[in-house]
Design a binder for this molecule. Structure first.
Ligand code: AMP
Ligand code: MG
Length: 434
């Protein structure tokens, strides 16, 4: 475990009084460590968990060459002739019921999607492309020995068309999913396609959180002048739960040293990470910062960003501490920009952050170079299919309704200046994240 000071020394341009967003991420990625215990869970419990080992395919998928279409299977070598191909239908292959006979040149097998390709056949002509004739086989009338014959038009197909190859999805013995994969619905389906019911995943991350401030009311408290209801605990609860963390809600902790000390000690004893909100701004007349300093190895930052700015980061015991600002929007923004990537790393996830979307700004945006700004925005699709973005208006860091209204954060990067109407800007979309 590296100390705050030693990490600070590793980072070029580390200035706790004016830290760039990029340096914050770099700092946190050095501070946190992935959990080390894993457990085995059933597939229904695996959604949102992170694989602790590679999953090796016990089988190939598909297990056999099979047809991708309803049609007729034949040997594609016969397509070399430039004339239509006339083929006699000698059998039927159904999904789950293979046709085992031998097929000669000039013959084909009627085949359904998913049916195993009969031996020696590599090509399927979809049924809608053929003309069908019924030939009387020269037997006396009444004998039901009519033979179906199909005609495959010339120039339509190449050998191998409409056949799915053995193992084209997954090959036996090869990693189907890798350690660090955050299991999404597609991965659950993939595991099932391999017949796998149990997987090994990293244990869930435990995160404790509490709000600080004497003016903060818990739900159910009697409103009083100057006091506000605690909203941060609920956004933090939602953000953590969406990430699949185990949450420990420690309520509102009043600004008294004994209460704060007890809360930090309990949180550090139970959780991998502690998230607090409030009490970290400059000139705060409270004990939160003092207690963090007393109990842990903590840095107090001013981040070159908006909203956000103050943040405390470090360790109390073995727990990582994220001391977020108090303003409700600042809590969400600092969580998304800094805490979330750090927690994903702690969860053992190797996922890269989703790419930012590019959208044209429908309005001019004032922006000072030298800090990162996150403006709440609504991205819409213009009639020509391009993406447009508009801010939600008032960007005050307490205006939580704007976070509900927005579908993403416009990210105005550190060195970026003013944005003119029609300029492209980057947007961090909320979908799937918050
Ligand atoms: P602070 O960072 O403690 O100076 O708080 C900044 C602003 O955020 C103040 O207006 C606080 O009342 C408000 N605030 C702090 N904590 C919360 C909370 N848990 N829920 C809602 N607002 C909060
Ligand atoms: Mg406060």
């Amino acid at each position: 475990m590296k100390s705050i000071d030693s990490i600070a020394q590793e980072l070029e341009g580390y200035d706790p009084q004016a830290l760039s967003a990029g340096t914050v991420n770099a700092f946190l990625s050095r501070l946190v460590e992935p959990v080390t215990n894993h457990e085995e869970v059933g597939i229904f419990q695996a959604l949102g968990r992170v694989l602790s080992h590679d999953v090796i395919s016990p089988i190939s998928v598909p297990a056999h060459d099979n047809s991708a279409m309803d049609g007729y299977a034949f040997d594609g070598a016969q397509l070399r002739t430039p004339t239509p191909l006339v083929l006699k239908v000698v059998g039927t292959a159904l999904a789950g019921k293979a046709w085992r006979g031998e097929v000669q040149p000039g013959e084909c097998v009627k085949i359904m999607t998913g049916a195993i390709m009969p031996t020696g056949l590599d090509t399927v002509v979809p049924q809608e492309f053929v003309t069908r004739n019924t030939e009387q086989a020269g037997k006396p009338a009444g004998a039901s020995t009519s033979t179906e014959v199909i005609v495959v038009p010339a120039g339509l197909l190449q050998a191998g068309d409409n056949r799915r190859k053995l193992g084209e999805d997954l090959l036996q013995g090869r990693p189907a999913l890798q350690k660090g994969e955050l299991l999404a619905p597609a991965a659950l389906g993939l595991l099932a396609s391999l017949g796998i019911e149990q997987v090994r995943v990293w244990r869930k991350l435990r995160v404790a959180y509490f709000s600080t401030g004497d003016e903060i009311l818990s739900l159910g408290d009697t409103p009083r002048e100057g006091a506000v209801f605690d909203s941060n605990r609920y956004t933090v609860f939602g953000l953590l739960t969406r990430m699949g963390c185990e949450v420990i809600d420690m309520g509102v902790v009043r600004d008294e040293p004994a209460l704060l000390e007890a809360a930090f000690i309990r949180a550090a004893g139970e959780a991998d990470a502690i998230i607090t909100s409030g009490g970290v701004s400059v000139g705060e007349a409270d004990y939160t910062k003092a207690m963090m300093k007393k109990l842990g190895d903590v840095a107090f930052w001013k981040i070159a960003m908006r909203p956000g700015r103050p943040m405390a980061v470090g360790r109390i015991g073995k727990s990582v501490l994220f001391g977020l600002p108090g303003n409700p929007v600042a809590v969400m923004v600092t969580f998304l920009a800094f805490v979330r990537p750090a927690l994903l790393q702690m969860m053992g996830s190797t996922a890269k952050p989703p790419p930012l979307l590019k959208a044209r700004s429908l309005e001019p945006l004032r922006k000072k170079p030298g800090r990162t700004e996150y403006q709440r925005g609504t991205v819409t699709t213009a009639p020509d299919g391009s993406l447009h973005v508009k801010t939600t208006g008032n960007q005050g860091s307490g205006v939580l309704s704007s976070m509900v209204q927005a579908n993403g954060l416009i990210v105005l990067h550190h060195t970026q200046g003013n944005v003119a109407v029609g300029d492209e800007v980057d947007v961090m979309m909320f979908d799937g994240v918050i």
